[in-house]
Every structure is written in structure tokens, then in C-alpha cells.
Design a protein around this ligand. Sequence first.
Ligand code: PGA
Length: 224
Amino acid sequence: MPKLVICNWKMNGDIDLVSQFVEKIDDKNVVIALPNVFIAYVRCKFAKFKVSAQDCSIHDNTGPYTGEISAKMLSTLGVEYVIIGHSERRKNFFTDSAENVYNKIHNVVKNGMIAVLCVDDNYETLIDEKTKGLLKDNVKQVILAYEPMQSIGTGVVPKTSEISQTLLKLKEKYFVQKTIYGGSVNSSNVNNILAERDVDGVLVGGASLNLPELQSILQCNNMV
Ligand code: PGA
């Protein structure tokens, strides 16, 4: 059975690239996490295409939060998934704290969407007790994405058996139903990764910006 392919476009792409992808891709297992400015465009013009946001505000009520986008706004547009706690937001370029991550997940699930919570090998520290409780109460609305820091954008992928073991541990510890892997996934390694039992999908960054590459990934996924 095909698994879930979430594409994390980060701060890349333009309206032409977005149009090209949504016109050429017709696959119900793919979700593209677009920059916010493209989300409204896709939702209005290509309503069947599944989109994710890459983050949301810690605030859910309207208010004087310049530059922020709330989970409520995203859900009103028909967004189904929101990536939360990506390492680029926690450490590399921003400083999302555990408290912020908790609030964002809370807002995402409250608004009926699915939070794609990113963690690395440090998951026990990243997921504090309060967040653990929130996950436990919303197991169907949280996907845990295991993204080892050393694998993001580097071409280095752990052994598939190691990926599978970590995802199983995440399922056992946090009771979530879906666990996915992210970090240098491409059309050459996706087959082996998706073949692992506890891999319920992949989070694809760089490779998802190239249309033929993404099409090959989706082709592999449809043969799983
Ligand atoms: P990558 O990025 O596939 O380019 O390694 C994955 C991610 O950051 O989610």
C-alpha cells in the first residue's frame, strides 16, 4: 500500500513552479508543504491538491501579531497538515522552544489538522512531558517525523534498519499511529526506506523541488 510523501519546499519555489507541480502531479498520497504565500493560490485554484504549511503561529486568536499566520487561518483554507518543530526552526535559524512547539501542535490539532512533528535522535529532550501528554491525547492527529540532523541536506542516510528501529521506538513511546522518515530522501534510496515496516512515509526536502525526481519517488511509493 502506498505510504505518505510529504514534500518540504522550505523557502523555495515560485508561482510557475507551483503551477507546474500541481498540474502534473495527480497522486493522492503526496502533500506539498508550501511557503504560505502559495497556499491560498493552490487551495483556490487546485482544490483537490493536498497542501501542508511549514509552521504556524503560537497564537490562535486574531491580534497584533505582525507577520504571523494562525493555525485557524490555515485550516479555513483547507490545509490538512502543518509541519512543526523542524530543526531549522528549533536550532539552525530560529529558536522555537519546547513551549512554542507545544502551543503550535495544540493549535494545529484544535483546528482539526494534522501536526507533522519533527524530531531528531534527541527526541526525549525535544518532546517534554507536557507535549508527550498532548501527543497521547491526539494520536490520530500527530505524525512523528524522524529527521536526524546529520541527514538533512547532506546525502547521508542512516541504515534502513536503524530508521525502522527508531520509528518503532517513537511509536511505542508516544503512541502515535504514523511515523515517517526525513533526511536526504531521493529516488535512489526511497525504495529501501519505504520497504521498512514502521516507515509510514517520507518527508522529502531538496529532491521534492525537482519534478521528474518527485515523480520517480511517487512511482516507487506506488509500488510499495
Ligand atoms: P532534505 O530535507 O530531504 O533536503 O534532506 C529534509 C527536511 O529538511 O525536511
